[in-house]
Ligand binder design. Structure first.
Ligand code: 1GP
Length: 241
């Protein structure tokens, strides 16, 4: 599938908001996919992201094949590692962890990924990924061996996002980490958004409709929610009310 990024840009230009449901292959059994995806289909979700920090080889591919059987929503890989690349998805966030200073996550993994990517038709979306501290250590921090940015270093976060855009990245993703205690503050979202010409994704620790709406209001074009849906599928209905 191509045109994923074009649609994200169009939605952003029109002020329409996207909601990506994040599915971690480690936390989703293939036999539960049909039920879960039927909830996703009836919800306000616009995208499905698939990925996790530590996922065994082939688990992602099997999961994506199963999800595809049940939905027409675009499936975008949000990979923690190169082994999560599968041609069965529609696109991939080609992530650079620009909040960190570990060369593996700035260029090393990308070089490793090339031979796999060349065997796919995935739409590749270069994405500047910015991890912001949320009060506890996240798996991104542990695995990437990088430090998240401090929440009060707002100008540095803004400049990091802008540097990503100037380097040619097509999206900026502000991440508090899966299961974060605190979602990204609206002040950070709005300051980053004011500086950017490219669409902004926000995720990590969003558990209520109010938090989702406040992220949109502050300027998030796409909100990503994983844990809240995993823990309570009733959250899909809450978002509709
Ligand atoms: C994590 O931003 C995503 O990478 C989603 O986080 O699981 O906390 O919703 P949650």
């Amino acid at each position: 599938m191509q045109g994923l990024y074009k649609n994200i840009v169009l939605a952003s230009a029109k002020g329409e908001k996207n909601l990506a449901v994040l599915i971690d292959p480690d936390n989703m059994k293939v036999e539960n996919v049909s039920n879960f995806i039927s909830k996703v289909n009836q919800s306000i979700a616009t995208h499905i992201f698939v990925g996790g920090s530590e996922v065994e080889e082939h688990l992602t591919e099997n999961l994506v094949i199963e999800i595809k059987k049940h939905t027409k929503l675009p499936i975008i890989l949000f990979p923690g590692d190169v082994i999560q690349i599968t041609e069965k998805a529609d696109g991939i966030l080609f992530l650079s962890l620009i909040s960190g200073r570990n060369p593996d996550y700035l260029i090393g993994k990308h070089v490793e990924a090339v031979s796999r990517l060349k065997q796919t038709n995935l739409e590749l979306i270069p994405t500047g990924y910015i991890l912001i501290e949320n009060g506890k250590e996240t798996s991104v921090q542990r695995i990437s061996k990088t430090q998240p940015m401090q929440r009060n270093a707002v100008q540095k976060i803004v400049d990091t996002a802008k540097a990503g855009e100037l380097l040619g990245m097509k999206l900026i993703y502000l991440e508090a980490g899966s299961g974060a205690t605190h979602a990204i503050e609206p002040e950070i979202i709005s300051k980053v958004k004011q500086e950017l010409k490219i669409p902004l994704i926000v995720g990590g620790g969003i558990r209520t409709k109010k938090e989702m709406e406040s992220a949109y209001k502050a300027g998030a074009d796409t909100v990503v929610i994983g844990t809240a849906f995993e823990q309570d599928e009733g959250f899909f209905d809450e978002l509709l009310s």
